[in-house]
Design a binder for this molecule. Structure first.
Ligand code: NAI
Ligand code: MG
Length: 330
């Protein structure tokens, strides 16, 4: 596997080395390509990501990414949006399930669902008219875009409980009728059991009875909001991994940002980054190694080896070493 590694800014420089330490413990055949992207690079060179960087990313099988700081400067080109667009990463995947750990602030342990978010169209089309008295953003829903995300969600549902929930707001926004119809058709073709929910009542149901859901497919903005909201069920940003999947490339990153408030202190929780590595291994077909990472991580959580965000007093490095030790014993 040829793997691009981008630490980025802030705690990206702490949690990505932790994930790489875990990868090294697996003793796999990996060619690592390190790239500097983000705000730090922008300060030094005037650009956060160059065309050459994109070419290097395209030459790799997949990308492990930390986090970047995004300043409120209109001249700053978003690294993440650039990568998503250039590498056509159309599916944003966030698995939401609890981890065993004493001090996390969740009460339920029985849910396990995945949000599959369309990542290239919807209200994030960037087709906008901004005026003094009126502003417009065009909401794009295409058959092609809906079909490929529906296909992805159905295949995932097949590998799980075979249940798909299509989330939309087609009663008010007619553009969502196309999305709903294409998802229904695709689910029928794949013989996946499906139902649909309006996004507002879905937000309520996810908080009240998350155990009722398996695979959820939705449009860009709704997926963005529902997945951040669902993070609250798990017990914190330091625990949430994500994947951006394209036709040829895939990109794995913790959901959290560069956390300037704790950067440099060595106390960032590396679990979201390590779980992102686990998703990368699954995507690449290294199922045994992915399982090993998950087991090791759960063992160290069960032993109470946690960073301060989870109520512990261990450092990023100590948590990482505990996980690595579990891998090395196996
Ligand atoms: P953030 O996710 O960086 O931090 C929010 C809060 O969660 C902070 O109190 C932070 O200390 C805590 N936190 C986050 N990750 C943690 C971890 N692994 N362990 C322990 N605590 C953790 O979000 P914020 O503060 O809104 O954004 C900071 C910067 O990150 C901004 O420049 C923003 O644009 C950028 N950002 C980048 C993202 C990315 O690269 N994908 C995603 C979100 C924000
Ligand atoms: Mg978001």
């Amino acid at each position: 596997m040829k793997l691009a590694i981008v630490e980025g800014d802030g705690i990206g420089k702490e949690v990505i080395p932790a994930a790489v330490r875990v990868l090294d413990a697996l003793e796999m055949d990996v060619e690592k390509v390190y790239l500097e992207l983000g705000y730090g690079k922008w300060e030094k060179t005037g650009s956060a990501i160059t065309d050459q960087d994109i070419e290097i990313l395209k030459s790799c099988d997949c990308i492990l990414f930390g986090a970047v700081t995004t300043p409120p400067d209109p001249n700053y080109k978003s690294v993440l949006l650039t990568i998503r667009k250039e590498l056509d990463m159309y599916a944003n995947i966030r698995p939401i399930k609890p981890l065993p750990c004493v001090d996390c602030n969740f009460e339920r342990e029985d849910f396990n669902f995945v949000i599959v978010r369309e990542n290239t169209e919807g209200l994030y089309s960037a087709i906008e008219e901004i005026g003094e008295d009126a502003s417009y953003t065009k909401r794009i829903v295409t058959r092609k875009g809906s079909k490929r995300i529906a296909e992805y969600a159905c295949k995932l549902a097949k590998s799980r409980k075979n249940e798909l929930t299509i989330v939309h707001k087609s009663n008010v926004m007619k553009s969502d009728k196309l999305f709903l119809d294409v998802c229904r058709e695709t689910a029928s073709e794949h013989e996946v059991e499906y139902s649909d929910e309006l996004v507002d009542s879905m937000a309520y149901k996810l908080m009240v009875s998350p155990e009722k859901f398996d695979v959820i497919v939705t449009t860009n903005l709704f997926g963005d909001i529902l997945s951040d909201m669902s993070g609250a069920l798990v017990g914190g940003l330091g625990l949430l991994p994500s994947a951006n999947i394209g036709t040829e490339h895939a990109f794995f990153e913790p959901v959290h940002g560069s956390a300037p408030d704790i950067a440099g202190e060595g106390i960032a929780n590396p679990i979201a980054a390590i779980l992102s590595l686990k998703m990368l291994l699954e995507w690449h077909g290294d199922i045994m190694q992915a399982g090993l990472v998950e087991e090791a991580l759960e063992s160290s959580l069960n032993m109470g080896v946690t960073t301060p965000d989870l109520g512990g007093s261990f450092t990023t490095e100590e948590v990482t070493e505990a996980i690595v030790e579990h891998i090395e014993i196996k």
